[in-house]
Design a protein around this ligand. Structure first.
Ligand code: PA5
Ligand code: NI
Length: 193
């Protein structure tokens, strides 16, 4: 095991950023081409507005990707919708399925959708101060259901890894849509196992 110097970063609770950050990842609409339900809304935004920034991830300074380390980052999802579907993260299983994770809500309001390989879905509302536990075996995606940026802190084992492909192939069994000013969880007609 490598001896690492203890360190800290500063969490901006209002804006949802970590300073100093390591790698900062920006995900745009085109990175999520197959993930939003309403394909014509996707095409319309790309044509009229361009490749919209959906969310940013501020990783803590680089750490070894080993089981003894705890990786951590913040995620900041900008408000908006693609058709009726709220802005969201890609979502993933951990490549090592037996690895868990903790999310802590910082600002704004949103939801954490969780899904098993069998397609069972759970939905946890996230507000500032909500501590959500993602047990092993659950895929996870976050959704900004508010009109302000939604941010949260994540902590997970260094060797967990991200499996995006499985979720990209099947989709989530449920969608969070805006209907008459409310966030409504509905079945995803395009979901297939
Ligand atoms: O580790 C996590 O689960 C989070 O930090 C996510 O990676 C982050 O919220 C971005 O989502 P995704 O990795 O699905 O693009
Ligand atoms: Ni994760």
């Amino acid at each position: 095991m490598t001896l690492i110097e203890p360190f800290n970063t500063i969490l901006d609770m209002q804006h949802g950023t970590l300073q100093p950050a390591g790698q900062v990842i920006q995900r745009r609409l085109s990175d999520m081409r197959n993930m939003y339900f309403d394909r014509s809304a996707y095409e319309q935004i790309m044509a009229e507005e361009g490749d919209r920034l959906i969310y940013e991830v501020y990783n803590a300074p680089e750490l070894p990707k080993t089981e003894d380390q705890l990786l951590h980052c913040t995620t900041l999802i900008y408000p908006g919708r693609v058709g009726q579907e709220f802005h969201m993260t890609k979502g993933h299983f951990h490549a090592k399925r037996d690895r868990a994770e903790v999310y802590v809500g910082l600002s704004g309001k949103g939801h954490l959708l969780l899904q098993t390989e069998e397609g069972t879905v759970r939905d946890i509302a996230i507000r500032p101060g909500t501590v959500a536990y993602i047990p092993p075996l659950w895929a996870h995606r976050t959704v900004n259901t508010g009109d302000q940026p939604f941010s949260f802190l994540s902590v997970w084992p260094g060797d967990a890894g991200h499996d995006y492909d499985s979720i990209e192939k099947t989709g989530f069994a449920k969608l969070l849509l805006e209907q008459e000013g409310q966030a409504v969880l509905v079945d995803n007609p395009k979901f297939h196992r």
